[in-house]
Design a protein around this ligand. Structure first.
Ligand code: X6D
Length: 285
């Protein structure tokens, strides 16, 4: 039984369109409800002419290809897509908790407890991606959403690729989240996302990215030197993990499975074991 979203060809009149959830460079995202099942989704509407003007159609095709095949509780689902003469529509999972960066702006910075929860979910999601040879390459607060129970969801695979890869598209926007080898346009692999995890962990704990500077050039220099200064309020175990994530040499960065076993994660995160239901039933008979 194939899930109904995946094989059907959709069109706009399959949906009731609700309030706009946000506006972006190439279009807008709306709350929407599929008429037959009343299933609530987020409908991302992109304008073809703007995509063409920016030369990002193949990035969108790759985003659709990659995100539609990923199935993980901490990765926003892409259920399907369709298009008309002037627009492309992505049918995405709706995240009721909204955008994580707004929560970060509001609270300034997160507790070590909350940060460890988010970092643990991200490490699980990214190691799942790497298992499928997908690197996200653009892990930043703007690309993270929150589910109904405050669980983290990675959205926006617009910069993701199959590993290994070397960047062809010119970078735009902030450099803050990019690994040194990405900035240099070198061959890069999954370990760019381990660096990205370190940048996020720092920003969640401190309230600003680790290599932030007045100008792009200065940020570039600080990233290339991995010039990290960690404020005194950060605990020693958190500091230890940050220093193992934000390492210039990609081969020396701590791998995800060791992140998940790090003392800082273990002291803050209840590792809820996934117990298959039939295991319990056998016990009961
Ligand atoms: Cl083309 C484009 C257009 C806009 C954007 C920026 N956002 C990307 C993420 N978007 C959402 C997606 Br995709 C999936 N589920 C979502 N859920 C929400 C959302 C959900 C709830 C709220 C309301 N807040 C929730 C938190 O408490 C205060 C009220 C705000 C946003 N936004 C999205 C919203 C828009 C990116 C690309």
């Amino acid at each position: 039984y194939r899930n109904r979203f995946s094989e059907k060809t959709w069109s706009l009149n399959d949906f009731d369109i609700g309030k706009p959830l946000g506006r972006g460079k190439f279009g807008n995202v709306y709350l929407a409800r599929e008429k037959k099942t009343e299933f609530v989704v987020a409908l991302k509407v992109l304008f073809k002419n703007q995509l063409a003007a920016a030369g990002v159609e193949y990035q969108l095709r790759r985003e659709i290809e990659i995100q539609s095949h990923l199935r993980h509780p901490n990765i926003l689902r892409l259920f399907g897509y369709f298009y008309d003469k002037s627009r492309v529509y992505l049918i995405l999972e709706y995240a009721p908790g909204g955008e994580l960066y707004k929560l970060l702006q509001k609270s300034g910075r997160f507790s070590e407890e909350q940060t460890a929860q988010y970092i643990c979910s991200l490490a699980h999601a990214l190691s799942y991606c790497h298992h499928k040879h997908v690197i996200h390459r653009d892990i930043k607060p703007e690309n993270l959403l929150l589910g109904a129970k405050n669980e983290l969801k990675i959205a926006d695979f617009g910069w993701s690729v199959y590993a290994p890869d070397s960047r062809r598209q010119t970078l735009c926007g902030t450099l803050d989240y990019l690994a040194p080898e990405m900035i240099e346009g070198q061959q890069h692999g999954e370990s760019v996302d381990i660096w990205g995890l370190g940048v996020l962990m720092y920003e969640f704990l401190v309230g600003r990215p680790p290599f932030e500077a007045a100008g792009q050039h200065e940020t570039y220099n600080r990233i290339m030197k991995a010039d990290l200064s960690i404020p005194a309020h950060v605990s020693d175990t958190a500091r230890d993990l940050l220093q193992q994530l934000l390492v210039k040499d990609p081969k020396r960065r701590i791998p995800f499975h060791q992140v998940l076993a790090h003392p800082w994660i273990l002291e803050h995160v209840r590792q809820i074991p996934h117990i298959p239901e039939n295991w319990i039933r056998k016990e009961q008979n």
